[in-house]
Design a protein around this ligand. Structure first.
Ligand SMILES: Nc1ncnc2c1ncn2[C@@H]1O[C@H](COP(=O)(O)OP(=O)(O)OP(=O)(O)O)[C@@H](O)[C@H]1O
Length: 536
């Protein structure tokens, strides 16, 4: 049987004590983020305030078919674990009816009420006599039920209902707040995980990008150095280690192998690229001028010193000093250079003051500096100071596979210089280049291609007669390592002899024909056949 809530008689709920208790609970709800300990405290307070044997909060399960007893304050002999396992049906229970209607239900005699669900009492060994079920309602509807069981003294009154409604409202807010905090915390965890993942990905992408950029940058730094032979690749690999540091580098190699070119690449790709790049070839400085060239001088330091002069070391401040042919530096100058390297100061000739210079040194030599040291021409302390990182430039004869690529780069370069389009080399020309030892290395090859382009006909390939006699004299038509059909060799020889004769006769075909014992017409035919119509 369900009774309408009677008006307050005993005035328990209306007392100043109850209001104070309500206020305290509200404050507690907003001051706590731990819902379980908050509920345990609130239910203890409520069971005292409402003067009941048992009190519980039921929340709907998903999907909303049953109610679970989530928090409860019952006599000590009731097992909280068993209580938590109980499911109260929404249909066929007083709590379910309160939840669905959103209205408080006061049941003075539970056994007389057909909706009573006996499962709870059976499970926990308890007897429910009277019951007050109040839905905890928010704007969107009921979020749960507050259930007070067995009024200890007398019956539930209307005042209990009013107090229960106020409590249920506070509890509904507490639950809403807690679930909001929980979902915010979960979102926060999810977001953090997402952020970590994203940050990890961003870091990985950035690392990869830096690695690729680093590689690309190194690659770009050495772009002017043409060659893909194993010798060049291993020199570039080594040079790459010196690219991003200030380390002193000693480049060793024969003349024309590209020592200065490598020094330029190290400077331009290195950390001091915005500073100056001072270059000096020690083999070309007059003996008396070394000190002044390197360290500078002050006005009046010697006859002819009409002005102050900044030396190379001072001018290289913040940048790089490249000393080519360092092996030719006089011993007395070596001491000053060593001091500048170690102290970071130079003293200009005739000056009492030292000048500071912070520079990176790159040296090159074709000499064997260890031998120079043994012979007493090179200071050992300077040698050890500059040979921290040595790079060897391989001679061209040890990397002939680079010749075709070098030739094509130079053909393009000089084609632009001379305003011509040179499609390539006649096959014997390449063979000739490959057979030649190139004592002057890449510089000699470069010069050879430049002079060939200069005399070649626009749009026609470079022929043997465009090459210098030095190269052609080395040509071996019957080289057993490169056997060719006799006809081809004879033709190559014929072509070369005609080209030489034309060149000798300044392009005069009548004279050349006479020289070769050919008719003017016969020579013209051969010139046409061999494409020798260019300027001689
Ligand atoms: N691998 C290369 N790719 C392209 N050009 C090169 C290469 N090596 C050298 N050269 C070119 O050859 C010429 C000579 O090079 P460089 O002056 O650097 O040689 P070097 O070893 O310093 O000579 P030296 O000892 O006589 O001073 C330059 O024009 C340079 O650009």
């Amino acid at each position: 049987m369900v009774a309408e809530s009677p008006p307050s008689k005993n005035g328990v709920a209306g007392t100043a004590g109850a209001i104070k208790a309500l206020l305290n609970l509200s404050l507690r709800v907003y001051g706590s983020s731990d819902l379980d300990s908050l509920m345990s405290h609130i239910l203890s307070e409520l069971s005292r305030l409402m003067d009941v044997e048992g009190i519980s909060i039921l929340l709907p399960d998903h999907p909303r078919e049953t109610l679970g007893i989530v928090w409860a304050k019952y006599p000590e002999n009731v097992s909280p674990r068993i209580m938590k396992e109980i499911r109260v049906p929404l249909e066929g229970s007083i709590a379910g009816a309160a939840f669905k209607t959103g209205k408080p239900l006061l049941v003075p005699d539970v056994l007389q009420d057909g909706r009573h669900f006996p499962g709870v009492d059976q499970a926990i060994g308890f007897v429910t006599r009277s019951l007050l079920a109040i839905a905890m309602v928010l704007e969107d509807g009921a979020v749960g039920v507050l259930e007070c069981v067995n009024k200890r003294h007398g019956q539930f009154q209307a005042a209990d209902v009013e107090l229960g409604k106020s409590l249920a409202a506070i509890l509904a807010l507490a639950i809403q707040r807690a679930s909001l905090i929980e979902s915010l915390e979960k979102t926060n965890v999810d977001l953090q995980a997402l952020l970590d993942l994203h940050t990890g990905q961003v870091d990985r992408v950035r690392d990869e990008r830096d690695r690729l950029l680093g590689e690309a940058e190194s690659h770009r730094a050495f772009e002017p150095i043409v060659g893909s032979s194993p010798a060049v690749l291993s020199l570039l690999q080594r040079a790459q280690h010196a690219l991003h540091s200030d380390i002193t580098v000693l480049i060793q190699g024969e003349t024309g192998t590209g020592k200065e070119l490598l020094a330029q690449c190290l400077y331009q790709g290195g950390p001091r690229r915005t500073g100056p790049f001072m270059v000096e070839n020690c083999a070309t400085i007059a003996p008396g001028l070394f000190a002044s060239e390197l360290f500078g001088h002050v006005k009046g330091a010697f006859s002819g010193a009409i002005n102050d002069h900044k030396g190379l070391i001072e001018r290289a401040h913040g940048g790089t000093l490249f000393l080519d042919e360092i092996g030719d530096l006089p011993v007395e100058i070596q001491t000053g250079l060593l001091r500048a390297l170690e102290d970071g100061y130079v003293r200009p000739v005739g000056s009492k003051e030292k000048v500071r210079s912070d520079f990176r040194l790159i040296c090159a030599t074709h000499k064997d500096l260890e031998k120079e040291m043994e012979a007493g021409r090179f200071r050992s302390d300077l040698y050890y100071r500059i040979s921290v990182f040595v790079i060897h430039m391989p001679p061209l004869r040890e990397r002939k596979e680079d010749i075709p690529r070098l030739v094509s780069v130079f053909l393009k370069e000089f084609g632009q210089t001379y305003g011509k389009t040179i499609p390539g080399l006649d096959p014997p020309v390449l063979q000739c280049l490959l057979d030649y030892p190139f004592p002057g290395n890449v510089r000699e090859l470069r010069n050879e291609i430049e002079s060939a382009v200069a005399v070649a006909e626009d749009g026609r390939p470079i022929c043997l007669h465009h090459l210098s006699p030095r190269l052609r004299s080395k040509q071996c038509f019957s080289d057993p390592t490169h056997p060719q059909p006799l006809k081809a060799q004879v033709e190559t020889l014929e072509k070369t002899l005609i080209a030489q004769a034309l060149k000798f006769c300044g392009g005069n075909q009548t004279k050349a024909a006479k020289m070769l014992g050919l008719s003017r017409y016969g020579l013209a035919k051969k010139i046409k056949r061999y494409g020798l119509g260019g300027s001689f």
